[in-house]
Design a protein. Sequence first.
Length: 650
Amino acid sequence: MALLIQEEPPLKNTNGWHPGETAIHSLLRVPTSSRPNPSSPGLPPSYAYRVSRSPLLAIGTLDDQNRPWTSLWGGERGSFFPIQNGGGVLGIRSLVDRRHDPVIQNLLGGNPKEGELIESKVRAAEGKPTILSGLSIDLESRDRVKLSGEMVVGVLASPPGSGAVNGEDASKGDKGEEGKRVVEAQLAIKILESLGNCPKYLNKKSLTPHLPSPSLLWSSPSQQLPAEAVALINKADMFFLSTTDGKTMDTNHRGGPPGFLRLLPSSSVLVYPEYSGNRLYQSLGNLHTLPLIGLAIPDFETSDVLYLTGTAEILIGKDAEAVMPHTKLAVKITVTAGKFVRDGLPFRGEEGERSAYNPPVRRLACEVKHNPLEPSPKATATATLVKKEELTPSVMRFTFSVAPSERGQSWKPGQHVTLDFSAELDNGWAHMNDGDPQSLNDDFVRTFTISNPPPPPVGVQKDGTEMQITARRNGPVTSFLWRQNVLAGLEVPVLGFGGAEEFRISSSSGNKGEKVVFIAGGVGITPLLAQAPSLLEAGIDLEVLWSLRKADLGLAVDSFARIKGLGGRVRVFLTGTSNGGTEGGELLDKVKGLGAKVVERRMEKGDALGTEKEGEKKKKKFYLCASPGMVRVLDGWLVGEEVRSESFEY
């Protein structure tokens, strides 16, 4: 059923913005009245040159239900060229998958015949839209130009030459001319508007043309995405999207670190964060008017492609935070139809330099067991820095005095605290900042494991309660803490305490005849430090395997000296090199003197599984706190065991 497009009355003083864009500007508090829409009419010569130098074009159009779809054409320079100097007509020549490419089918008909000339007036007479949009993009120079217009004329033809492209047979496909899958699309597009975009979030790739051999692996209006499509989403560092307000269209890209596009478990619902950009919000403006979106997610290594269309919901503020913590603006997409095509794109790409502006991956709230934030976090206390202790060249312990608010609460051993450093580090909005590119998408909210137990009684916080965090210097917040003078009286809002209850080690484990095995990597030992005193006092059968860099031996010495009896429960697996001189040897001797067993190699599977003494058979419960990579390895070793895991990389 086609979506009905309703006319909206024009707004005054919109400076060229349509109602959806002005609505988004208002919601996000972006000034509109004094800022005209920077899109240029037609295709100015400067943009025409940039388009002609780009080897790739993302192109979007609407189907007969007014649903947007996006595809990717080109693969080599010269595929797109101005037909009239200053006339705004763009020529396109590209190999296309005639059977499965949703854009070519929507532009030239459900089953376009080779050699049949299709003019825009013919398509209009059929009552089908001819509007389209494009994004020319050069992934080597990070240049891109947005295009909006309509089709003038198009035709499908046999690939150039004697049936071969780059030495490959162009007759791949089913038997018969009608069954040929790969043809050349030749189109003329009237460009009505164009706009150059900045290079942020573009991960470099070197493209080479490729003759595809497309095969449809999945096509469904409702079924869950197949495993191949899920794998592509999980590794994608770029996708392309098309939107419409019903009158014009917009195609753009979204880029980030691999995995920035998230998929809700066991569903066909996608979520991605909207990073800071030029604040035009043309795509979001369209989505505010018509919540429809079309995606193309390419696999540059294999030429596979996932085409999706669906409905979109713009998440702002607390709504975004509830779905994707630490995110102020996001888009949630419910897939309504799609296709997964193997080897469906006319190019392949070799990965190059990633954008320096890419922030860390932001996982969904349902994926993060230790998410401590409520949809709208509010300070529950104030923490004042009172002491710093350097344990290693890269690890320091910070002691805060905590003064609660009227909603004050304390923490439980093994939990973490969320602190808001935005008042100290957030310099406000900026379009680009090459000196510190990741600062543009940082909310400066950080979560740290608390490495000391709360004072009794547990759960009651009083003024002056000391809270300690032990952290490695890594990023703007920890670097800021490193520089602080404790006499300056730094005060930081406390947003809350949290942590998965199931990750806390029960002091009743010993009564059940269980053996607790805690496996840590580096500062992943910190959840245990707050729990160890009570566990040792309760007589828990505790074994600790700790993978540690030799340069961080000072952390082990401090931990074992502060917690009597802990060293005798620990095997330390040392990697890397020490700090040099006699200091490394002295620290190693101290670690051994405090009862720990030291193994100078990487941890292995047999170490994690351990060996039982003759006649002894205890049920083991494993607790893992390490980097995501180490946790994945350990999970592979401990298949069939009872495992609880938590990452210290909040």
